[in-house]
Design a protein around this ligand. Structure first.
Ligand code: GRG
Length: 293
């Protein structure tokens, strides 16, 4: 199967998984479950759940990785819903649709985000109950990636950095590593855990996620500066308007592109140290380096 066909097959599994594993829209209270599904089913690139599934396949898929993949997408989507709220980034558009608080209201968006975060851990607890060591490792790793020192900590420092126009490269690295790379690394590790990867390979997956995450965020900054809102499905040009410190602002577009390419190459190099055929994951890294949204 070529990359595009394999990618579509993974995306289809993710979409079916979301439909099957997230409470139906008529579950009481319907408004809350509608809002959770609205944000999850708006599309998105599905990078994190596809990373979980493809990495589990690389290691032989010892356990069904789909619930873990949907758990990762739930945490990611909650972070987007909360990031869009008026008290944070205050955005009206996400994944080509009205943001959750615009479509519903602020309180519903806040609760839908809370519920998505909680659902992630429900999915892990329920679906891996027969493999308690795996359930514990998945929960621990996801909680670490999403917690106050990583995803939420990165978001906190990002908000603090917005209030000053002179954030340093080291501060920017902290933000990128925690706000973006932590969840990407967690996706690779969750796939490795479901596939039965060794500790050494889990370390290699973490290393891959760090580099892929940095590349992904630099490209996000480049796209914010160069692409249009319709293509991105979210408001473009926000960083420059807010005077935000980004790779593009600190180093210029050409250097930002070189940094992104170097990080993608580093991700490919660490992928190459893994056992088995990592061709699909390598093609995914390359497609993320070339993405236009
Ligand atoms: C509110 C705890 C909390 C965290 C918010 C995700 C986030 C942190 C902020 C959104 C803004 C941003 C640029 C985050 C960096 C990570 C990132 C590039 C997220 C967007 O991921 P994509 O492009 O989104 O994979 P889709 O919609 O395709 O899933």
């Amino acid at each position: 199967m070529d990359f595009a066909a394999q990618f579509s097959a993974y995306i289809e599994r993710v979409e079916r998984g979301i439909d099957a594993l997230v409470p139906s829209a008529d579950t009481r209270p319907a408004r809350l479950h509608e809002a959770m599904r609205y944000s999850l089913q708006a599309g998105g690139k599905r990078l994190r759940p596809v990373l979980v599934l493809a990495t589990a396949d690389l290691f032989g898929r010892r356990h069904n990785a789909l619930p873990a993949a949907i758990a990762l997408e739930c945490v990611h989507t909650y972070s987007l819903v909360h990031d869009d709220l008026p008290c944070m980034d205050n955005d009206d558009l996400r994944r080509g649709r009205a943001t959750a608080h615009k479509q519903f209201d602020e309180a519903t968006a806040l609760l839908a985000g809370d519920a998505l975060l909680t659902l992630a851990f429900q999915l892990i607890g329920h679906h891996y109950a027969a493999a308690p060591a795996l359930a514990a490792a998945l929960s621990r790793d996801l909680a670490d990636a999403a917690g106050s020192a990583r995803l939420i900590g990165g978001q906190m420092e990002d908000l603090l950095a917005e209030k000053k126009s002179d954030a340093t490269p080291a501060e920017l690295d902290f933000i990128h590593l925690n706000k973006t790379a932590a969840m990407i690394a967690a996706a690779l590790v969750a796939g490795g855990l479901c596939g039965g990867a060794t500790e050494a390979d889990l370390g290699r997956l973490r290393e891959t996620g760090r580099s892929l995450g940095l590349a992904f965020q630099i490209i996000d900054d480049i796209l914010d500066a160069t692409a249009d809102t319709a293509t991105l499905g979210k408001t473009a040009g926000k960083d420059a308007r807010a005077g935000k410190t980004t790779y593009v602002k600190l180093h210029g577009l050409a250097a930002a592109r070189r940094h992104a390419a170097a990080q993608s190459d580093a991700a490919l190099a660490s992928l190459a140290t893994l056992p088995g055929d990592s061709g699909f994951l390598a093609a995914l890294v390359r497609s993320m380096a070339e993405r236009t949204r």
